[in-house]
Write a protein that binds this ligand. Sequence first.
Ligand code: CP
Ligand code: NVA
Length: 308
Amino acid sequence: MSVRHFLQFRDFSREDYAHLFERTRWIKHKFKRYEPYRPLHDRTLAMVFEKHSTRTRVSFEAGMHQLGGSVITLMTRDTQMGRGEPIEDVARVITRMVDIVMIRTFEQAIIERFAQYSRVPVINGLTNEYHPCQILGDIYTFVEYSGSITGKTVAWIGDSNNVCNTWLQAAEVFDFNVHVSTPPGYAVEPERAGLYGTDHYEEFEDPMEAVKGADLITTDVWTSMGMESEDADRKRDFEQWQVDAEMMQAAKKDALFMHCLPAHRGEEVAAEVIDGPHSVVWDEAENRMHTQKALMEYLLLGRVENQT
Ligand code: CP
Ligand code: NVA
């Protein structure tokens, strides 16, 4: 039987996501009521980090503990990977010992090679190209606040990075529209984003035009991990792409603001927006944990129905 992985957003269908959201609701409700739910009591998650993390690490680690399982966290520089052991060999070894793996790494090709040699499900905890766990949590959060995302408009302001690419894939899965505004030279690359077409997003030179009538405005850092050498140029190029109060006002009256975090107030977002009434960033961060618990349950146990 082939093993199922979550390497990019389009690996799952709308029906898979509907199931995950149902389970997330149930799992979150139990958590809020302090009711134990430990279906993974004999399972182990290994996490491999080639880049920094706060939310991804804590949400997976706390989530796996709450499901009754154990966690091993590997920072590549402390392992033989940091001394050049091939990723294929690492995959063959650690997936004989653990039940599920989460990896945060550089190129998507690295996680794909790992998955090819893995005996167990592999989850993408962020690559240069994608961040599917982030958008899983983000769309769950959108649905909690505003209902179905199908047919809605999401405005992406800033860099066409891994988080943006994943929103664009999600738009194809859920059938919504993304208005993207990036500075010249930073436009979406549809092939790198892994898109089937270009009919679910529209590009805008002027960020003010992109946010008009949007149901959600979202952004991310101007300089992603691994691009630090470009920081000074990016600060100059992205100056006009800060989500500010004027942009928020141009969106729908009840529009939400999201940011995957960590945020830089005064750069990609004004403090009054991220700390203002439209912002749902703390619920968004918390929902990473609840949605990923549902994801691990799904990959390890298959379709579990909600119990009373
Ligand atoms: N949003 C997110 O993935 O945060 P971390 O980099 O802290 O894991
Ligand atoms: N685009 C950012 C996301 C961090 C969670 C990065 O890759 O650094």
